[in-house]
Write a protein that binds this ligand. Sequence first.
Ligand SMILES: *Cc1c(COP(=O)(O)O)cnc(C)c1O
Length: 392
Amino acid sequence: MDTQTPGSGRPTWLEIDLEAVVHNFNLARKKAGGQSRVGTQGSAGNGVEVFPVVKADGYGLGAVPIARALQQIGAPGFCVALIKEAEALRGGGITGPIRLLSGFSPGEESRVVDLGLEPFLYDLAAARRLSQHAPQERPVAVHLKVDTGMGRLGFGVEEVAEVLAELTRLPGIRVVGIASHLACADEPQRPETAAQTDRFSGLLQQPEIARLQLTASLANSAAILAHPETHFDWLRPGIMLYGGSPFFPDTRETGLKPVVTWLSRILQVKELPSGTAIGYGHTFTTSRPTRLAQIPVGYADGYPRFLSNRGMMTLHGCRAPVVGRVCMDLITLDITDIPQARVGDRVTLMGGSEAGAISLEEMSSWQQTIPYEVICRLGKRLPRHYLGGDWT
Ligand SMILES: *Cc1c(COP(=O)(O)O)cnc(C)c1O
C-alpha cells in the first residue's frame, strides 16, 4: 500500500481527474446536435458552442484549474453565477467570454464592465443601471433571460418583444443572446421539455426577434445528453463535466467519466471488547471484540453527520461501516473484518475504481440528495489535488 499523500500533507484530500473533465466536455461537444441558426462556427464544429458552467467554484471541485484545462482544449468561454466567481476566473487567466447566469446586484455594474462579462438580464431596471456605467463605444453584450416554464428567473415570454425594443434603445448595451432554462430535462420522458422548447422556438421565430439574430441557449447537462432538439446555438453543461449524472436517481448509461475521488488514511487502530460504547452520545455499542479505525475527516469537511451509523468507506477492496456519530474532524470505522488494515492505509470515502468503491451516485442516495449537492458541499478545507495531463 502506498504511503504518499499529495498536497499540504493533510492525510485527507480530493483527487480531481482533469482528463475525465476533458472527456466529459468532449462528450458535450460530440452531443451538440443542433445547427446554429446564426451561422457562427462553434467549438463543436457544427456551429453549436459549449460553454462550461463553472459556478460555485466548479461545483466545489475548483473552477480555475478546471476552466484552465478546458480553455486549453478550446472551450470558447464559461458560465458562472456570481461576479466574484468571474473575478476568480479572470485572475486565473481565463480570457474568453464569461456569461453571468444570475445577473448582478446594484453597485456591481462597473465590475461587469471592467471584467468584460456578459450578464443574463431579467429586469429592465438592471439594464438601465448597466447602461449608465457602460461605455457607448464598447457596449456590454447581454443575454435576455426568458422564463419559458421554469417559473423562476426571467422575463415572461409575452414581454420579450417589448423588452427588446426598449433594450435596443439603451446606449452601452447590446443584446446578443436569448436564453431560458428547462425545469424537467432530467426526467427525459416528461412532456414539459418539448413544451418549453416549442415556446422558446416560437419566440425566436417572431419576426421582430428573428431579425436581431440573437444566439439562443436552452440546454443544461440533461438536455445536452437526452434532448438534441433543445441545443440551439450554445450549450451550458454543468454537472456532466464533473462526472455526475443529471438523471440520478435514474441510472441510465451516460458515457460520463467520474472526476472526483475522496481519500483519507487511517490515523489510529484500536481493539475494544464486546459491549463497548463508541463516540458522542454512545450511539453504537460493540457486539463482538472489535477493531476500530479512526479516520481524520468529519462534517467540517462536508461528510454528512447524517451518515453516522449509516455510511461506509472502502479500504483493501472491502467496505467498512461508519460506527457511532460522524464528528467534526473524525469518523470511526469498524474494520474487524479487514484484519490486514493498518495505520496509514488509504481509505476511500467516495469514487475510485477499487472493489467496493462508493460512487458519487451511491453517496447521493445515502444522503437522499443528488450528485450536485454532494460535490458542492465537499468542504473548502479539503486539499484538492489535480491529476491528468499538464492542464494546470
Ligand atoms: C447551473 C446552470 C446550468 C448547468 O446545469 P447542469 O444541470 O449542472 O448542467 C445551466 N444553466 C443555468 C441557467 C444554470 O443555472
